[in-house]
Design a protein around this ligand. Structure first.
Ligand code: DLZ
Length: 159
């Protein structure tokens, strides 16, 4: 497996970790997958020293609702980083493209506001097998990778 495009091999300790707080927003569509991603994400945050009390978890009906939840969290709360978790699987219609593009663009926009780092842990797969492979299967768990990205963004220092 190509390890180069993974960030879980980040061995540096994160500074000031006990003061960092994270929001995880999980979509309930394809819950079997999003639950695996969320568990991997939460475990990896804790493994790196994030305190349980500093992790808030929210659920939304589908990936499309991640946008509103993320926007509200940015406006009303102060998190070190927000991680959105979803799984969009291609079906028979154009819905897949609409939802995937809308979610990616909107979350990207919220991230670009520069107020709170937002990490995108939304799988966009052709079938459930691809999603299983990426949520604790043969390609690892993208939730764990998202946790490291969130930690890195939360501790990023600007000159
Ligand atoms: C409607 C829909 C469809 C067809 N597929 C998915 C999916 O694969 N993954 C996902 O997270 N959500 C899906 N949804 C639900 C939409 O995200 C959204 O919840 C509804 O369109 C209501 O706004």
């Amino acid at each position: 497996m190509n390890q180069q495009n993974k960030n879980t091999n980040h061995f540096k300790e994160f500074e000031n970790i006990e003061n960092l707080n994270f929001a995880i927003v999980t979509s309930e569509w394809n819950f079997k997958i999003t639950d695996r991603l969320t568990n991997g994400l939460e475990k990896e945050l804790k493994k790196n020293g994030v305190l349980s009390k500093n992790i808030d978890k929210y659920s939304v009906p589908g990936s499309f609702e991640l946008i509103h939840a993320c926007s509200s969290l940015i406006n009303n709360f102060q998190y070190s980083a927000i991680i959105v978790v979803g799984c969009i699987i291609k079906g028979q219609t154009y819905h897949f493209e609409c939802i995937s593009n809308s979610v990616a663009n909107s979350i990207g926009h919220l991230n670009s506001l520069g107020r709170t780092p937002v990490v995108f842990c939304v799988l966009t797969d052709n079938n459930i097998q691809q999603s299983l492979n990426r949520s604790g299967g043969k390609y690892g768990n993208k939730g764990e990778e998202a946790a490291i990205t969130a930690l890195r963004m939360a501790t990023l220092k600007f000159k």
